[in-house]
Design a protein around this ligand. Structure first.
Ligand code: ADP
Ligand code: MG
Length: 315
């Protein structure tokens, strides 16, 4: 059964010049340029956990690759290749065709070649590994943040969590919010532009405060964030009042924006890099020596998130 599916995948997967051998043998052969580091990331999407079960196959395909490219973006890496492990309840060619529509559309945008994978029977689950390239010493790591650095975030926050909240309450889901949940945009060009400028970077997958907390613990710094400075989309402003909106922006997962730190002296370079990448960036706070992530409103009042963010093994 899976041979037909694999043939469908192979027939549609685009290649690149540095793929010496792609889908069809026991393993792929890839030629990284001399002197570059290989950057590898993997993320799994499980039905009902990482996407609502009725999500369109094309959206599942898009998202499975997008969340992985987002990890490469956060490192400042240039995506090159990927592999795809598909677990399917049955040999559903219609599902695979739809899945590939989304997956390969995003792969084409970033010139990523699908070079192999695995196809098995089981509950619907998609696991993707992406391989990217970065110059030695240029990757943006979580441990590079310094006291006094500005904290920045790209795009807008909270839309994906807002869509999920609307879906869970069985209400109408705003189309613009739903698009952010189903088809996140990995900030690859921004990640590339921030090499040598940002001191640390992470992609916002579990929620801003949780992910910024990872940077703070890795770097041994604290953060002070102005919750009212967090960027909101027009769609979010139109659908949620200020307090629930703050919560969605500060703790909602699945945004796949980049949160990064940079010295105050690098402000102009950050803005120029964002302009070049075609993405808005917003300064949301500053790193300090106190430890942990503190949040204030623009009026200076303490603000506390009800939950820090998505926890994979929470009850
Ligand atoms: P093996 O038994 O050697 O693992 P498979 O039958 O699993 O072989 O895979 C055959 C070829 O098809 C391999 O090159 C593998 O990388 C590729 N392949 C299998 N499943 C997928 C998939 N979902 N996406 C891309 N390539 C796949
Ligand atoms: Mg196999």
């Amino acid at each position: 059964m899976e041979f037909d599916l694999i043939a469908r995948i192979r027939d549609r997967a685009a290649s690149r010049g540095d793929v010496v051998l792609g889908i069809g043998d026991d393993a792929a052969l890839l030629q990284p340029p001399a002197g570059t580091l290989l950057v590898v990331a993997m993320d799994t999407l499980n039905s009902g956990v990482h996407f609502p079960p009725e999500t369109a196959p094309a959206d599942i395909g898009w998202k499975a690759l997008a969340v992985n490219l987002s990890d490469l973006a956060a490192m400042g890496a240039l995506p090159a290749w990927c592999t795809l492990s598909l677990s399917l309840p049955d040999a559903d060619a219609t599902f695979v065709d739809g899945f590939l529509d989304g997956f390969l559309a995003l792969a084409a945008q970033h010139d990523v070649a699908l070079v192999g994978g695995d196809t098995t029977r089981g509950p619907l689950s998609v696991c993707v590994t992406v391989h990217g390239l970065v110059e030695p010493g240029m990757a943006m790591c979580r441990d590079g943040a310094r006291v006094g650095d500005d904290i920045w975030v790209s795009g807008s926050l909270g839309d994906a969590a807002a869509a999920l909240a609307q879906w869970k309450s069985n209400g109408d889901v705003d189309a613009a919010l739903r698009a952010r949940l189903d088809r996140p945009t990995p900030r690859v060009a921004l990640g590339r532009a921030l090499r040598g400028i940002a001191s640390a970077c992470i992609d916002v997958s579990d929620g801003l405060l949780a992910d910024l907390g990872h940077v703070c613990s890795a770097s041994g710094v604290g953060a002070l964030v102005d919750v009212d400075a967090l960027p909101a989309s027009d769609a979010l402003r139109a659908t949620f009042d200020s307090e629930p909106r703050r919560q969605l922006q500060a703790t909602g997962g699945d945004d796949y924006e980049l949160c990064f730190s940079a010295p105050a002296a690098a402000q102009a370079a950050v803005l120029a890099g964002a302009l070049q990448a075609g993405v808005a960036v917003t300064r949301i706070g500053r790193l300090d020596a106190r430890g942990g992530v503190a949040t204030l409103t623009s009026a200076g009042a303490d603000w506390r998130a009800p939950t820090p963010g998505w926890q994979h093994f929470a009850a």
